[in-house]
Design a protein around this ligand. Structure first.
Ligand code: SAM
Length: 291
């Protein structure tokens, strides 16, 4: 289905102009869609599992997912795609399309309603670039244990998502990803594989959960707060960032940071997620004592 002439014909037939504001760059290379759908399930033989697609658009990736997975649920914000998807996807009874904003969807309900008969649940998406970070954070922080998340994102975003502690582009999202699993860049997708062509190259990133948790913070919420505080004020030392944003006693924070990292002047971007979890636990105890 997905080549340039056909896609232009479909858009014309339904009088549809791609909306930049919704990141509508459609995949026009079916080989890339197939490869992405296959990589997502990591070699597990189909069709046994469920997959959540974010932003099916006019179905380039959706078709491949429907061929490989037992159940596909796709969340699309733009209801004007409904007649197109109804036509193109008419032959696939394993697909349910939910017209909603992924950032407003209750993921626990969605998983309960859509995937009750699936052993494993994956996420696969050519993500709209304007919500790459919030979508990934929502998936990871939701507490839903997805068996793998495969996303096509702008190359620079992929570099950030896959960064490690101490690297220049290390950031809060990469830290949260590392808490959940391992992010790997799988392959690049040229600009001309999309219509309209974006300004930037894309990269497919696969995130696979750790076999066993690498950290067990007493409060995930508090650890996320500490990670956010550390990266929001990158120029400050971790101690100053935490004292400023969380209203904590400076001497106590110095002791905690020194105890975990051996360096009271360390900056947030030098810490891995285990260190964040350890610091979070000591601050958790401190807050309990203060109450
Ligand atoms: N999957 C299609 C493909 O690969 O050709 C379309 C990908 S396009 C990059 C992103 C899609 O996400 C568009 O269909 C857009 O309407 C949809 N979208 C944008 N914001 C969304 C949101 N908040 N929730 C759900 N879908 C969204």
């Amino acid at each position: 289905m997905s080549n340039l002439i056909q896609i232009k014909e479909i858009l014309e037939k339904y009088n549809k102009i791609p909306k930049r504001s919704l990141g509508q760059n459609f995949l026009i290379n079916p080989e890339i869609a197939k490869k992405t759908a296959e990589i997502c399930m990591g070699g597990v033989f189909p069709p046994v599992d469920g997959v959540l697609e974010i932003g099916p658009g006019i179905g380039a990736l959706t078709v491949e997912l429907c061929r490989l997975y037992k159940k596909v649920a796709a969340v699309e914000i733009d209801r004007t795609f409904e007649p197109i998807l109804n036509d193109i996807m008419a032959n696939y009874s394993n697909l349910n399309i939910i017209f909603d904003d992924i950032l407003r969807v209750d993921l626990h309900n969605l998983v309960k309603n859509e995937f009750s008969e699936c052993e494993k649940i994956y996420v696969c998406a050519n993500l709209p670039y304007y919500i790459t970070t919030p979508v990934i954070l929502k998936l990871l922080k939701s507490g839903v244990r997805f068996n793998g998340i495969t996303v096509m994102v702008q190359k620079e975003a992929a570099d950030r998502l896959c960064s490690k502690a101490g690297e220049a582009n290390y950031n809060a999202t990469a830290t949260v990803i590392n808490y959940y699993g391992e992010a790997k860049k799988m392959f690049n997708v040229p600009k001309l594989d999309f219509y309209p062509a974006p300004k930037i190259l894309s990269t497919v990133v696969r995130i696979i959960p750790h076999n066993a948790p690498i950290a067990n913070p007493k409060s995930e919420g508090l650890m996320y707060k500490i990670i956010d505080a550390a990266f929001e004020q990158r120029r400050k030392t971790l101690v100053n960032a935490l004292v400023n944003s969380m209203n904590l006693d400076k001497e106590k924070v110095i002791n905690i940071v020194k105890k975990i990292t051996g360096n009271e002047s360390i900056r947030g971007e030098e810490l891995n997620v285990r260190m964040f979890a350890d610091i979070s636990d000591l601050i958790y105890d401190l807050q309990i004592i203060n109450k």
